[in-house]
Design a protein around this ligand. Structure first.
Ligand code: XUL
Ligand code: CO
Length: 441
């Protein structure tokens, strides 16, 4: 049920219903049916859909070539706290009309940063009190909080990786305030996305020292939050570049190595973003699989990029085939560990109607729902399972099984190979696997 503030911001739009795939109502779900059971859980439980505060409430459509194209009605007040409350009202109206259960924020998405640290802290504390009331009234929860340690000019040389200790300390102070806010709102997780943690030129960079300093800051954050009773998970969100030429959390494999090197593996997992995978020249499903293999598939930032221009376009997901391949990995991994699906996506600069924000999120949720149904069907497809089992059958018995249970030595491979001769050619059957997936679309 929609929770409204003093004003209704999205007039004429009610709670978004599920109407099924034959509906021609643009403001209805065609595939996302929250209470429908799939593979032992409801769609709602599988996904834990979240609204991203920054794109949905703060993004007015500016790009490097021109200003924003939208003037949101919740941005009218010149008093920062009133503007923050109006934004919170709009946020909760939107989340509850969508039927989502979660949201995610950066500290200064909630309220404008002030001139001093103390004044900023006071503002964050005040808006957190207001958000508590909205959350209690609606039942909406906080999937994760984070600190914006990349926009302010003071972080131009990085936050945790800054060569100036005073900036590192300031990042730590801001991190503490963001953690306090996340804890006060019972946040289920906390995210680190290292926007400017990387380098533009190695000529002026001590990479090892910068990475160790980020590790120190993360261990401090973990120890502080655990001391305050935080039981959630910390996530690192990999991204290879943009804004930096090279970012330290390049991709899932690099970030897992960092987590282990810095002794953070008991508390940290990954938040995988679709287009960050694309920018790293990986598929989304590759990044999910790497995270799952390490037991670190924590959460997802859902969006998509553009295969032609290579920008971080943060478009809403709409490719069912690709999402189905990703959700096959997701289902096989047993879902996410603590996280959910956060729509880290924005409408295009020329999509200027307020209803476009709804239409975009509906499309994203429907893409995931439809892809989940496809992935579930493929998982249950006997032919698919048989093909995959067959492909690895040589490790299930005989010498192959001995190899897997580490009973063989190199000389055993030598002896065995002499008796077998040239191995038989076995097709990988990729086109057949692809056809089976398409058959379930
Ligand atoms: C930037 C990005 C961030 C993180 C949170 O590319 O994805 O919005 O998700 O800081
Ligand atoms: Co993101």
């Amino acid at each position: 049920m929609a929770i409204l503030g003093e004003k209704e911001y999205f007039k004429g739009i009610g709670d978004i219903p599920f109407e099924g795939k034959d509906s021609d109502n643009p403001l209805a779900y065609k595939f996302y049916n929250p209470d429908q059971m799939v593979a032992g859980k409801t769609m709602r439980e599988h996904f834990k859909f979240a609204m991203a505060y920054w794109h949905t409430l703060c993004g007015t459509g500016g790009d490097p070539f021109g200003p924003g194209t939208r003037s949101f009605p919740w941005m009218a007040s010149t008093d920062p706290l009133q503007a923050a409350k109006d934004k919170a009202d709009a946020a909760f109206e939107f989340i509850t009309k969508m039927g989502f259960d979660y949201f995610c924020f950066h500290d200064f998405d909630l309220v404008e940063e002030a001139d001093t640290l103390s004044e900023s802290e006071k503002r964050v504390e005040q808006i957190v009190e207001y958000l508590k009331e909205k959350m209690a009234a609606s039942g909406v929860k906080l999937l994760w909080g984070t600190a914006n340690l990349f926009s302010h000019p003071r972080y131009m040389n990085g936050a945790g990786s800054n060569p100036n200790f005073d900036v590192v300390a300031r990042a730590g102070a801001q991190l503490k305030i963001a953690l306090d806010a996340t804890l006060a709102l019972n946040g289920e997780n906390y995210v680190f996305w290292g926007g400017r943690e990387g380098y533009m030129s190695l000529l002026n960079t001590r990479m090892q020292m910068e990475q160790d300093n980020i590790g120190r800051l993360m261990r401090m954050a973990r120890d502080y939050a655990r001391g305050q009773g935080f039981h959630g998970t910390f996530f690192i969100e990999p991204k290879p570049m943009e804004p930096m030429k090279h970012q330290y959390d390049f991709d899932a494999a690099t970030s897992i190595n960092f987590i282990r090197e810095q002794g953070l593996e008991a508390d940290f997992k990954l938040n995988i973003e679709v287009n960050h995978a694309t920018l790293a020249q990986h598929t989304f499903q590759h990044e999910l699989q790497v995270a799952a293999n390490a037991g670190m598939l924590g959460s997802i930032d859902a969006n998509r990029g553009d295969y032609q221009n290579g920008w971080d376009t943060d478009q809403f997901p709409n490719n069912v085939l690709e999402t189905a391949e990703a959700l096959l990995v997701f289902l096989k991994a047993g879902g996410l560990q603590g996280g959910g699906i956060n729509f880290d996506a924005k409408t295009r600069r020329n999509s200027t109607d307020l209803e476009d924000i709804f239409i975009a999120h509906i499309g994203g949720a429907d893409t995931f729902a439809r892809a989940l149904l496809v992935a579930d069907a493929v998982m249950q497809n006997a032919q698919y399972n048989h093909l995959l089992d067959q492909r690895y059958a040589s490790f299930s018995s005989g010498k192959g099984a001995d190899f897997v249970s580490e009973k063989l030595q190199l000389t055993d491979l030598y002896d065995y190979s002499k008796t077998v001769g040239e191995p038989k050619q076995i097709s990988g059957k990729q086109e057949l696997f692809e056809n089976i997936l398409n058959q379930h679309l």
